[in-house]
Structure formats: C-alpha cells, structure tokens
Design a protein. Structure first.
Length: 522
C-alpha cells in the first residue's frame, strides 16, 4: 500500500511512519510516539512503589484468618514506571489544547486559563457542601450571581442551578412540567419531539413517564408547524424543541409553536444546550419558553468531555417557577446569601417538586462559567455568538462544493455546519471520511447525527478558532472529502497513522471487554 495522501502533514504533530504499513521498528515505537501495553501487561505484581522491609515478628494480624491466599493480580509498578505509563497513554489522546475539535453540538471551545485559576482558589475549591452558610457566603454569592446572569441572558424569571448536566437539566424541566400539570389535576401523557431532536430529549421524556411522539421536519430542516399544530390536543403535556436545532438551524416559527402549544394547554421545553449560538442576541423568554437548560460546559467554555464534568442549570417561566427544585440561593435584605433548603407548607416554595441533587450543583463549573461571563461582559458574550455563527458559516460555504450540504439552500446556519455523504462513491461512508480525518491530525466531527440527514457530519468550529486554524481544517477536510468523492479505497482502511488502526466498533460497543484477565490465571 502506498501513502494515501502525504500532503496533509503538519509539523509538530507526531506521525507514525512514512507509509501506511510503515517500516517495522524493533520496539513497536514509531519515532517519539511510544507503543504502550496495558498496565497489567507491563509488569508483574512483585514491584511496589514503597520501599519498606517486611516486618519481623509482626504481631498476629486481626483478619481472623481471612488473609489473601493467592495473588490478586494487581499490577506492580514503581513510581516512574507508573508516571510514564499514563503520560504515554495521554499522548495518544486528542484534546482541545492540541487542536481544533469539530464535534457538532458539543461546543468544544478553548477554556481560558483564567477560569481554571479562579476555580482553584482555595475559598472555592476547599469549600465543603456542608459548610455553614455564614462561612460560605462567597460561594453562595457566585451561585446567586451566575443565576442572575442566566436569568437576564435568557429573559426568564427563575433558575434552578443544581442540575449536573444537560440531560439532567432536561429531566429537571420535564419534572417541573409534570408537577405543574399534576397541580391542576391534568394527566396529560404525551410529549412531542421533532425528528431532529437531540437524543436526550425523547429519552428524558420517556424516563419521566411520558409517551414520546415525533414531529416531522420540513424540507428546510425546521419543525413542520402544520404537523405540530395538527397533533396538539388535551393529551399533549408539552413539546421539547432544540433551538438552534440539531441541524444547526434557528427555528423561525418558535414563537408560533409556543403560542399554539400554550393555547392547547401544554408547556414548551426548549433544549438550550447550544445557547452559545444565540447568547446576547435572542432571549428565549421572549419566544414563549417555559423551561430551558443551559449547558454551562458548552456555552460558557468550561472543559468537558468523556462524560463530565457538566452543569445544566434550568431557567423557568412564571408558570413553572413555583415548581422549581430545591435548594436555591436567595439574597436577603441585608445583602447576605441564604440557602433555601426545604419547602415550607403554605409559604416558601411549597410546590417545589423536590431535589435533583444532594447539594447545590457543580461548584467548579459555576466559578468557571461566571469567570467566563465576567471576563467577556454582555457585549463580549454577544460577540461570542456572532463569531461562533460566522465561523460555522465560513466552514459551510468553504466546503459546500465538495460535501453535500442539505440545508445550505435555506440560508445561513447557526453555530454548526451540517453535511451529508451523498457525493461519496466506491461504497465509502461518513465513517471512512472520519477515519481519514484522524490521519490528517483531527478528531472527527459528530457523525450520523442528526438522523434526518443521511451519513450526517456535524461540524462545530466554535468562536475560539482563528481563521488560520479554520483554513487548515477546511484544507484537511476538503482533501479527505475529495478522496471520498473519488472512491479512494485506501480510506476504507484508514486510519493508517494512528496508534491503533480500524477497530470493530460494533463489536466493541456490543461486547466490550472491560476487564483484563491474566492469561496465567485463566
Ligand atoms: C450536549 C447536548 C445535550 C446533553 O447535554 P449533556 O450535558 O451531555 O447531558 C442535550 N441537547 C443538546 C442539543 C446538546 O447539544
């Protein structure tokens, strides 16, 4: 096999060899990219990082005869071996601090170091959730002030800070809707979700006990308003709509949708995970939203990935505010901050549906998000949205001649550019293109989502990428797309230069091997 395309090399990125097969090396290492076995395969279990002699004449232990009778197979490594093992593995990872991370809907943007500095201030970092409120005034003020910003930015009167991720925020919003319906003795059973909904939306509704029904998208990738209106009725508890939606498009009929849902007695949940596209430009409260979660870990830059950490505060309309969960922070007349922990029948927050978490939420995310907000200011946040949208449109218009762009005809996109695999030949798929992109030094974009586009590729560059970085990414993606359009068979076996080649992802997902077993013991 020959090199598929040698033009994509970038200086500074470790590469694996000069041909796909590569010259074999005696060590398995490829230049400074080091091959690394599993920690269990690295060493026996006879080494420890501690240098202490076996005690003489040890007093009889107090295990009551339950001593270990056989080795338990823990890896034995010295400290430097352990450090090297994990450092080598970390070099095989990809991170936003290494390069552009184009995962659509995930908003992988640069996290300013200032955020980290503030989050690590001992007063915040070491504050225990059970610290008496008199000693935690600063932390409570951060939570309160961030909540005030979120209410102002969204134009909504109430906020719950405790949900710990986007999906958790969705559950919080749906539980508030359910509590409001139950309070009026209304047993509505159905939540409507557009076809382009983020997967968490129908999952949340089903988890909360609702039946989920699809609403089709129209040819422009938006909710089909007529179909939605036709389905509304006394059994519909509400709708869950992502705006901007998962095709990266703004829903221009949102106000009409909200009015129709309200007229039919339902509630409007807006998935605001991608608020970064409209922050400072659009206030969801003006669009008739009743509840919306905001992913602090997307819009407000805090680092995330691999399942955490996240934070998904939920803003509420007047109608749902009484049902919001506890605890929440309240500012008293003397300026101090108070934690409302319990509902008091007949007076304070008596209708709250309960708690989402044991404590207040993700403090580290709150300090990072508030730092980001304060360092940008209101005008800076507006520019965040404008630049995120500008960058996505730059990607869309730079590639629409080589990649099928299903909704490019309907105008600009929002924060992400959506492509499909229609132009590929030779049996090549979106997966093959993504693997080729790994060889070019990029983490692939979000794939096969949204479901409404065949072989979807969702690219979200975010506002933190420079034009030079975007141009280099576009060059790389264009080159792989051209190969996919030409049916280049070497893409089928990409990646050629990664530490691991093409894996059987279906097997890996269906039958994951999560534990190592010692061949000597099997
Ligand atoms: C990221 C995202 C979610 C889920 O957020 P998590 O924090 O991962 O739970 C929900 N909806 C949309 C549109 C998203 O982009």
């Amino acid at each position: 096999m020959s090199a598929p395309n040698a033009s994509g090399w970038k200086p500074g990125i470790p590469t694996a060899g000069d041909t796909p097969a590569g010259p074999a090396t005696a060590t398995g290492n490829r230049a400074l990219m080091l091959e690394e076995p599993l920690i269990f395969e690295l060493a026996g279990n006879d080494t420890t990082g501690v240098d202490m002699p076996e005690p003489d004449n040890a007093a009889p232990n107090r295990l009551g005869g339950r001593e270990r009778s056989a080795p338990i197979g823990l890896p034995g490594l010295s400290e430097p071996e352990t450090v090297r093992h994990y450092t080598r593995l970390s070099r095989q990872n990809y991170a936003i601090d290494l390069g552009l991370f184009p995962l659509g809907s995930c908003t992988m943007k640069h996290n300013p170091r200032l955020n980290e500095k503030v989050a690590r201030m001992p007063g915040f970092l070491d504050c225990h959730p059970l610290t008496p409120t008199q000693s935690a005034q600063g932390a409570l003020e951060v939570i309160h002030q961030l909540g005030e910003w979120l209410k102002t930015l969204t134009g909504m009167p109430a906020v719950a800070m405790s949900p710990k991720a986007g999906a958790h925020g969705e559950l919080c919003g749906i539980l508030a809707i359910r509590a409001a319906l139950e309070a009026r003795g209304d047993a509505r059973k159905v939540i409507l979700c557009p076809e382009s909904a983020h997967g968490t939306n129908p999952a949340t509704a089903a988890f909360a006990g609702y039946e989920v029904e699809d609403i089709p998208a129209n040819a422009n990738g938006r909710v089909d308003l007529a179909a939605l209106e036709a389905r509304l009725g006394p059994d519909v508890a509400g709708v869950m709509i992502t705006n901007p939606n998962t095709c990266g498009l703004f829903e221009p009929d949102f106000r009409k949708i909200a009015d129709a849902v309200h007229a039919a007695g339902g509630f409007v949940y807006c998935d605001g995970a991608n608020f970064n596209a409209i922050v400072g430009r659009v206030r969801p409260g003006d669009l008739g939203v009743d509840a919306m979660h905001i992913n602090l870990h997307k819009t407000f830059s805090t680092p995330h990935g691999g399942g955490g950490p996240g934070s998904g505060p939920v803003v509420f309309s007047e109608a749902l505010a009484p049902y919001a969960p506890l605890p929440f922070v309240e500012q008293l007349g003397d300026g101090s901050f108070h934690l409302v922990e319990e509902e008091t029948a007949g007076e304070h927050h008596a209708k709250s549906f309960g708690r989402m978490t044991a404590f207040n939420g993700q403090m580290g995310m709150f300090t990072r998000a508030l730092t980001y907000i304060l360092s940008h200011g209101a005008d800076g946040l507006r520019q965040v949205a404008e630049d995120a949208v500008l960058n996505a449109n730059y990607v869309l218009r730079s590639l629409e001649d080589v990649l099928h762009a299903p909704f490019a005809h309907s105008g600009p996109c929002m924060h992400e550019a959506l492509f499909g695999d229609k132009n590929f030949t030779g049996g090549l798929s979106t997966l093959d293109l993504a693997k080729g992109l790994i060889d070019e030094g990029y983490h692939p974009m979000t794939m096969y989502f949204p479901l409404v586009v065949h072989g979807a590729m969702l690219v979200e560059p975010t506002e933190t990428e420079s034009k030079a970085a975007l141009d280099q990414f576009i060059m790389a993606l264009r080159s792989v797309a051209e190969r996919a359009n030409a049916g280049d068979p070497t893409l089928k076996t990409a990646p050629h230069f990664a530490p691991r080649r093409r894996l059987d992802e279906t097997q890996a997902a269906r039958k994951p091997l999560l534990a190592w077993s010692d061949p000597a013991l099997v």
